[in-house]
Design a protein around this ligand. Structure first.
Ligand code: ADP
Ligand code: ZN
Ligand code: ZN
Length: 752
């Protein structure tokens, strides 16, 4: 019987059907090399093998299989299918993103493809020749060599003592454990004293005894609650535990249980930068079971891990960023999503625009595994699921040890101005507290959610502001290099001396960012050692670590930064946290502003006073009575959640409705507007008032492209899958028109 295969290629295209060469040994989920287009060779994934001949005349043939086992099992394929359907993209787009680049080479010729194919790292292994297993002969030889050939002597000694006992080692020893150069080993082989073999590097899985932390009674009872939910058949549990309560210790217990049963565990973290600390902590307990996986690792490393896991028989602990979801963990029993509220889980720049937390929950269902979502400030989506009984809820509301929650002080900026108690961007209260902290030799962190020196520069005379020529946004002033930078496209220009508009006024910075805060602090506290952590200073993983390490080891006193300083650090000597301007968090133009403001302020506040001393937090705002400020001060997550959920319900926003955002881009504004008008009519026809737009987003031109947006609201009760189906059809009919072919469309399901 003739066989055909539907093959997914890493393109924004549907699967493509190929004939399977006679006698080719291939199964679904395997990677194959296939030709697509005139010459190009791609790696594809065999999605389905069947006997239906497609009705196009020239069918290409697949004749070469890559790797000796499938890259994806049936449940991984089911997950990709779910993602493509839910996030409105193709399987090819999921493939493009989900598999590391080097595992799926492509090329313009067979030769180029072959050159790019992944070759496993190999290693040289050395073993003593059997004739030397005899002690006497070995010692005779060594005596001779010790004078005449000291290098060979040293190499043999290293091989013979590799097992560390008092016997001569007889096994193979990897070269990296020997301090022997290739020439020496070759010489020994020539003499028939050692045998050398080169083969794929293997990972030693030492046997480990897990040393688990002893839990406090509160932690123990929380762990029992989580287990109880699982035993009662719930797949997902939300762990709401305040900062410093020991959520990680609970994860460790749950992880150990799964590993002992031979299961795999996936621990997701939102930010690669914080994985190093966590991995070190986990390696101390789980040793070589831990595999790190994220985009900062080399492609070869990622490919090696991926392929190794396709052969694993369980007991793996993978710690990684969102892309780790796509690893072939065939024995998955547990997924932990740490800081589940974090927006870092959402991919925003390319399809699939997925949220790793949501995909984790779906994947756990497909694999019959369990999920723990942990956070000090859960997303309202997860919290609503917990309140509604869909997820189990476990709470941990005391800090570990003697650590007490921080004391939050709200400082009224308007009153400070009136009383002349404000210097530049600091109210007197914060300045006094900073002075105390420095006098006591402690540390403080200062949070400002904008980087750079000033959000914009402005002409004193006419009010002109510098804007990006390619994006509709003001340029940010960076003082260090005295330049203006676009935070959307990276465009850089120098600051004009005279206003280019009126040619009279002086151009000066307005507003403030982290760089300016740093400079003002240096003026106010000349003796303090100040550092700044934001995207301008943390230009690499290394630079980032260096700043953190200096602060951790007490080489700096004050740390100024953006969101970056809020992420899960555990600094022992921080006794004060200052939030310089809460207003721009509270009044962001976004239905999630209040939730975000609460999360951000609570997370920053959580950095104060860990371990033994209670810390203090000063929040500067012009709205000291704002409910969210009060909820942060009281540490009252439930109150925030209740108020916000009531509002979301009243206005039909998530979690009580689903949103899909459609973005259209095109350099030609008229063409864009015509396409938008056509889409508006079609959407309105099918979705009525639930389709909103087109609107120009706050930044409506980026990299010379104009932008319009639509928002589709699918209220709960309506079928989301039916809505996606209708939407696909509308998009195909309107934007599929020839006239609009050059208009770029991107879909974002559950936008952040
Ligand atoms: P969270 O993740 O909830 O913010 P962590 O798990 O990081 O909290 O715990 C905060 C600190 O308290 C860490 O330094 C951790 O080692 C310590 N800690 C928490 N629980 C225990 C425990 N049961 N035994 C020992 N140390 C603990
Ligand atoms: Zn001017
Ligand atoms: Zn720009």
């Amino acid at each position: 019987m003739e066989r055909y295969a539907d093959i997914v290629l890493p393109l924004a295209q549907p699967a493509y059907t190929y004939a399977v060469a006679d006698g080719l040994d291939v199964e679904e989920g395997q990677a194959v090399a296939v030709q697509f287009g005139a010459r190009r060779i791609y790696t594809g994934i065999v999605w389905r093998i069947h006997g239906r001949r497609p009705d196009f005349p020239r069918i290409k043939t697949v004749s070469r299989v890559l790797y000796d086992r499938p890259l994806l099992d049936a449940r991984q394929r089911a997950l990709w299918e779910w993602m493509a359907d839910y996030y409105l993209c193709t399987l090819g787009e999921v493939m493009r993103f989900a598999l590391p680049q080097t595992i799926k080479p492509s090329g313009n010729s067979e030769q180029e493809f072959a050159d790019r194919e992944y070759r496993p790292r190999t290693e040289l292994y050395a073993a003593l020749d059997a004739s030397l297993h005899d002690e006497e002969r070995f010692h005779d030889l060594m005596e001779r060599l010790s004078r005449r050939a000291p290098r060979q002597y040293a190499a043999l000694l290293a091989i013979a003592s590799a097992e560390g006992g008092d016997r001569i080692s007889t096994g193979e020893v990897p070269r990296r454990l020997l301090e022997a150069d290739a020439a020496t080993l070759a010489a020994l082989q020539k003499k028939g004293l050692v045998t050398l073999t080169r083969r794929e590097r293997s990972v030693e899985r030492g046997c480990v005894r897990f040393q688990l932390p002893t839990l406090t009674p509160a932690q123990q009872s929380c762990l029992d609650t989580i287990r109880g939910h699982f035993d009662a058949g719930r797949r997902t549990v939300l762990l709401h535990g305040i900062t410093g309560s020991g959520k990680t210790e609970l994860y460790i217990h749950l992880i150990a249980e799964a590993l002992v049963r031979g299961g795999d565990v996936l621990l997701l973290v939102p930010e690669i930068a914080i994985t190093a600390q966590l991995i070190a902590r986990l390696e101390r307990i789980f040793g070589s079971r831990v595999t790190a996986y994220h985009s900062k690792l080399t492609l070869a490393r990622r490919t090696e891990s991926y392929l190794r896991l396709t052969r694993s028989d369980g007991g793996e602990l993978v710690v990684g960023a969102r892309s780790a979801l796509f690893l072939p963990l065939r024995h998955l029993q547990l997924i932990v999503v740490d800081e589940e509220h974090d927006t870092g889980y959402k991919q925003t720049d390319a399809q699939p625009r997925y949220n790793a937390r949501d995909v984790a929950v779906v994947m756990a269902r497909l694999r019959e595994a369990r999920t723990v979502l942990g956070s000090a400030t859960p997303s309202l989506e997860s919290y609503a699921n917990a309140l509604g009984g869909k997820y189990g809820l476990a709470t941990l509301d005391e800090r570990y040890g003697d650590a007490r929650p921080p004391l939050v002080l709200v400082s009224d900026t308007l009153r400070a101005v009136k009383r002349n108690e404000r210097k530049t961007h600091f109210n007197r209260l914060l300045l006094d507290k900073l002075a105390d902290v420095l006098a006591r030799g402690e540390q403080a962190m200062l949070f400002q959610n904008r980087r750079g020196f000033a959000p914009y520069v402005e002409c004193r005379a006419c009010g002109w502001t510098a804007r990006c020529p390619r994006c509709n946004v003001t340029l940010t002033y960076h003082k260090r290099d005295h330049r203006l930078q676009c935070h959307y496209c990276g465009h850089v220009e120098t600051v004009p001396v005279r206003c280019p508009a009126c040619r009279a006024g002086e151009v000066t910075p307005a507003g403030f960012g982290t760089e300016k805060v740093e400079e003002e602090l240096a003026r106010l506290f000349p003796a303090a050692r100040i550092e700044r952590l934001d995207r301008d200073t943390a230009t690499s993983e290394r630079a980032y670590r260096a700043i953190i390490d200096r602060f951790e080891s007490g080489q700096s006193d004050l740390l100024v930064g953006t969101q970056m300083i809020t992420k899960g650090f555990d600094f022992a000597r921080v006794s004060l946290v200052g939030i310089l301007n809460a207003d721009n968090l509270l009044f962001a133009p976004d239905f999630r502003a209040a939730e975000r403001a609460f999360q951000l302020m609570t997370q920053v506040a959580g950095r104060a006073g860990r371990r033994d001393a209670a810390g203090e937090v000063v929040i500067q705002t012009t709205e000291p009575e704002h409910p969210v400020i009060r909820q942060v001060a009281a540490g009252d997550y439930e109150a925030m959640a209740r108020t916000q959920l009531a509002e979301r319900r009243a206005f039909a926003y998530p979690p009580y409705a689903r949103l899909i955002r459609l973005t259209l881009r095109q350099r030609d504004r008229d063409l864009l507007y015509r396409a938008s008008a056509a889409l508006a009519v079609a959407l309105r026809g099918r979705f009525g008032r639930r389709a909103m737009g087109p609107v120009a987003p706050p930044v409506d031109r980026i990299r010379e492209e104009y932008i319009t947006e639509f928002l589709l609201k699918i209220e709960s009760g309506a079928s989301a899958s039916r809505a996606r189906e209708v939407l696909r059809e509308v998009l195909r009919q309107t934007l599929g028109a020839k006239e609009f072919q050059t208009v770029t469309l991107s879909c974002d399901v559950d936008p952040q």
